[in-house]
Design a protein around this ligand. Sequence first.
Ligand code: HC0
Ligand code: SF4
Length: 565
Amino acid sequence: MVINGERVPFSGEKNILSVVRKAGIDLPTLCYYSELSVYGSCRMCMVEDQRGNIITACSTPPKNGMEIKTNTPRLKKYRKNILRLYLASHNRECTTCPRNTTCKLQDLAIRFGIEEIKFDKTDKAWKDEYKIDNSSPSITRDPNKCIQCGDCVRMCNETQNVGAIDFALRGYELKVCPAFDMPLAETECVNCGQCAAVCPTGAVTIKNDVPSVWKAIYDDKKRVVAQIAPAVRVALGEEFGISKGENVMPLIVAAMRKIGFDEIYDTSFSADLTVIEETNEFLGKLESGAKLPLFTSCCPAWVSYVEEKHPELMPQVSTCKSPQQMFGSVIKAYAKDKYQDDEKETIVVSVMPCTAKKAEAGRAEFVTEGSKDVDIVLTTKGLADMIYESGIVFKELEPEALDMPFGMYSGAGLIFGVTGGVTEAVIRKVIKDKSHASINNVKFCGARGMEGIKEFDLPLEDGETVLKIAVVSGLGNAEQLIRKMEAGEAFYHFIEVMACPGGCIGGAGQPFGLRNTKRLRAESIYASDKQTQLRHADENPVIPDLYNTLLKDRTHELLHVHYHK
Ligand code: HC0
Ligand code: SF4
């Protein structure tokens, strides 16, 4: 096809938009995500064809010989007017908006030089028309900033199969909200935050727990202990101009020490504990003939999904606490022993790529001896905000190492951050041949890759057993698999589910809006795994000692959970 007079070849692109972008032109969009269905509501991607017709590039397939222009005076005028209309009914208090500088609407207003809003409503109308919904532990909805692109609705319905939010009313009154405009916390929302990850403006944002962390750090009576999730290290650098996917863990540690955290550890440590506990649970079930599959339990959005939509499957969800919660209960028990004579209270802060972890930490099941296992959950973006606020020049920090003993981890714990990682870590434990070559070869089993559903057979070394395994990311994909099993069309022994497409690396708490980053983040985690001396969870030297001491009589209490929703 011909774009702005230049011939551009295409093959397989599903719409004109992809061809135009391939040609190096960043056609503006507010409602288009390649992973979601095409909605075509924002009209920003309009192009003009050879007959002067205006068409939306996102919803029109490319055709041989087609000639289009992307930047005519007419298109410019229309785009500007659309932006003015959006802005006229939009709360424009940008400086205090959590999406200030990462808002697509703000970005386009700057790009198209919008200096005055012709169709403005009264100042009062755009400020207070709708109530802000702060009920959820993970996300905030501010309908005054909604541009009705429907991205959140399609994400929640199509990708996640939750359906907690939808369009209500018609015409001028149209709005996005839960059924009967209920508070989000009272709906089936599983706190995955993926609605916020695709929202182009500040209409759906992630709860900000930064002030509580500062308060704890400034309090002399508190010892602030941090755990950092596997996926954070390959995403935080993007915020500070470091190449996408680079593992910046040593810089994160240096920054957190400067901020004032007392001890800094790695959630990959407790992921190793999860591997051990979950593998034992799985092999126990396999041997006893208990009902399978065993579903993984480390993704709290997935656990909530089962509770809401498939309570009958709860007995098949692993009883292992997630690594975040295992870490919390272990470190609090450890600190109680270690600091017996000191009056400081231990506060556990986790840094997570995930918004559902905020809800998980607040669950009643995760309170041990009257104290929450995890006190505060920061997102990756939240930690970046603290670094900015402290004036730390991230790129220029000298790398530092994690604290011991809980800074020790194996590559198996580290790869939890990518879809398929938990499964691969369990397989590394299940196989008897633990040679370097054998562990390396596990990567070919079928667990790796960004596909939403991966299914494969794993022949065990006994020459008899063949395990049927599935790895799923995205809750809609999990639903597909459950329906297949219910219909008797499939059987599995073990299923890993992560709610976010791609696993935790694609969590909603990661930095915003950078395209094609998931693959790079995944590659970086696998590269770091390959460079660790310890490749499977049993090699973690801190763990045997822990089982002989702290966990001796308390393994079940500290590492397992029985959800009672
Ligand atoms: Fe994940 Fe986790 S791997 S859920 O994706 O299992 O958030 O990174 O911390 O808990 O370890 C998130 C990431 C974690 C937990 C771990 C697991
Ligand atoms: Fe839906 Fe997830 Fe958003 Fe809740 S957090 S409304 S489940 S997309």
